[in-house]
Design a protein around this ligand. Sequence first.
Ligand code: WT7
Length: 652
Amino acid sequence: MLDTEKSSHPAPDSFVAKAHVDAARYEQMYQASVDDPDAFWAKEGKRLDWIEPFTKVKNANFTLGEVSIKWFEDGVLNVAANCIDRHLATRADQTAIIWEPDEPTDPALHITYRELHENVCRFANVLLSQGVMRGDRVVIYMPMIPEAAYAMLACARIGAIHSIVFAGFSPDALANRINDCGAKLVVTADTAPRGGKRTALKSNTDAALLHCSDKVRCLVVKHTGDQISWIDGRDVDVKAMMKTVAPDCPPRPMGAEDPLFILYTSGSTGKPKGVVHSSGGYLAYAAMTHQLTFDYHDGDVFWCSADVGWVTGHSYIVYGPLANGATTLMFEGVPTYPDAGRFWEVCAKHGVNQFYTAPTAIRALMGQGSEWVEKHDLSSLRLLGTVGEPINPEAWEWYNETVGKGRCPIVDTWWQTETGGHMITPLPGAIPTKPGSATKPFFGVQPVLLEPNTGEVIDDTAAEGVLAIADSWPGQMRTVWGDHARFEETYFQQYPGYYFSGDGCRRDADGYYWITGRVDDVLNVSGHRMGTAEVESALVAHKAVAEAAVVGYPHDVKGQGIYAYVTLMNNETPSDELRKDLETWVRTEIGPIAKPDLIQWAPGLPKTRSGKIMRRILRKIAENDYGALGDTSTLADPSVVDDLIENRMNKG
Ligand code: WT7
C-alpha cells in the first residue's frame, strides 16, 4: 500500500488544459461549497430548468428522531423535460442514446433527442392509458434496451415513481419488491439476451405476479419475439400500443422533493431497503457529477457499462448524461461475448471518449490477456473510470497502461446507492490519482473518519476509521420507502449527527481517501451488494438446512466470494448433489449473483455461550487465515472450530 500512496499520476497537460476543473479551481470551489452550501448549490441548482424556481436551497437535519433532508424544496420541475425537452431547440438531431445489442452482428441503434422525446411521450401515454397516476409506483424488470430508458423517463414525465429490479433477480425477489412498494404495474420484456443466452423475463414476471395483487398490470416489450404466455386483460403489448397513442405528452410539473425512483439495496440485516431518491436534488447532483468527474464535453460519447438495474445505470447511463444533453451508450451484452475483446470493440466502433466500468470486469478481462485490447483502436478514449469496490493496484495499472495507454486519467469513484452520485472521486483535471485511492471529496461532500467504537472524529490527516459524512448533499437518499425509522436507524443512529456509510477508510498524509471495504455484514461480490443475512435466510428456507452462516472471502475476480457454512437437519447427509441443490435453491430464491461460491458442511457453528454466532472466526477460516483466530475463550464449544478448520473449503 505504501508504494501506491507515493505513486502519484497527474493528468497529461493536454487533458488539464481542456478540463472543466483544474487544481486551483477545485480548491476554490470545494472551499466555497463547504463554507456556504446555500450559495454554492443555489448556483448549481440552476443547471436544471425549473418551472417554478426554488427560493430555498438546503434544509437538512441529521438529528436522530428528526432526520429530514430537503433540497430546492419549493422548486417545481420535470425530470424528463430536463433530460429531453430542453435539449430539443439545440440538439434534436444529436444522438441521445447509442444502443449496442448483445450480438455484434445485429445493428446498433442511434436514437436522437427528437426520437427519444417521441418514444418517451408515447410510452408515457401508454402508462396513462393503464391508469398510472402521479405518485404511483411502476416496477421495471427489463433487459438493457432503449425501452428501459423510455420507461424510466416516461414515469418521470407523468410523475410516477419507478423502481427497477435488476433482470438477474429471481421471481421471488421481484415479487417482494413489487409488493413492498405497492406497484400498480410492471414493465418487462419477453426475454433478455445477454452473452448469447436468454433470461425469460416474462415468465419470471408471470411467476412473480402469482404472489402479488391481481390488480397489477404487466406491460410487455416484445424484444426478441420469443414465445411467451399471455394473460388477456392483464398483459399489454407496449410496442403495439405505443403506435396507437398520441406522440406528445406534456411533462407534469413536480415538486423538487417528489420521489423520482425507489431502488432496493441490501443492508446488513433483514430484507432489502427501498432507497428513495428525489427529483430536483438527485438530478442536479447526477448531472453535475457526470459532467465534472468524467470531464464530459459537448459532443463526447460517454459509456457506462453498468446495468440500469443498479444505481450506476440510473445516474450515469440515463439521468446524468441526458440532463447534460450527452450521447450515452447503452450496451445489452457482457464484456466477454462473443470474446474478451467486446468492450474494446464497442469503444472503437462508437468512438467512446469516456468509459466507466467495475474492477471485477477489469480483472476478468486482464486475465484473458492484453491481446484482446490491442486488436482495437482505442485512440478515442480520453478518460477511464471505475466504481463498485476497491480496485487492486495490478488491475489499476493494467487499465491505465493497456487500455488507457498511460494517457487517460483514471477516476476511481466511491459512492453508494444511497448517495445518488459520486462522493469521493478525483476530478481528473485537478487531482493526481494514486492506484487504489478514490482520492478527494466531491464538492459539498464532507467526509469524516470516526473511531469505530467511540464515534469520535479523528482529526489527524493520516488516519483510519469508519467513513461518515458530516453534512447533506443534494443527491442524498431521502428515506427508506415506507419505513423512515429504518432510514434513521441504519444511517444516523450508530454515529449521531453523521451519515454513516458502512465503509471503513484510510486517509493518507496527502489527505487522500482509501476505501478499505464494508465494516458491516454486507458483501461486495463483483461490485454487487449482498447482505449475508439475505443469503442465510434463503439457505435456511431449504428443508434440509438447520442453520447457515455466510461470510465473504477474497476472490481473485469477484473481489469477494460467498462462503456459506451450512448445518444440515439431523436426518440429512451431506452430498455433492445436496450442495448443487442448495446452489440452485439460492439462485431461485434471490438470483444468480447470490449463489454461494463455497459451501462447507458444518456439524456446528462457533457460538458464544449466549448463542451468538462468532462471525469473526468464520471469516478467518474462510480467508484461510485460521492461525490468527484471536480470542476463542468465549466459545460455548471450542471443538467445533477444529472441525471447521479441518474441513475448510478454501485451502489456497
Ligand atoms: C458500496 C456501495 C455506487 C455504485 C456501485 C455500488 C463499495 C463503491 C467504491 C470504490 C471502493 C467502493 C463500497 C460502498 N464501493 N465504489 N470506488 N472503491 N469501494 O453501489 O451497491 O450501493 O454499493 O460499494 O463498499 O459502500 P452499491
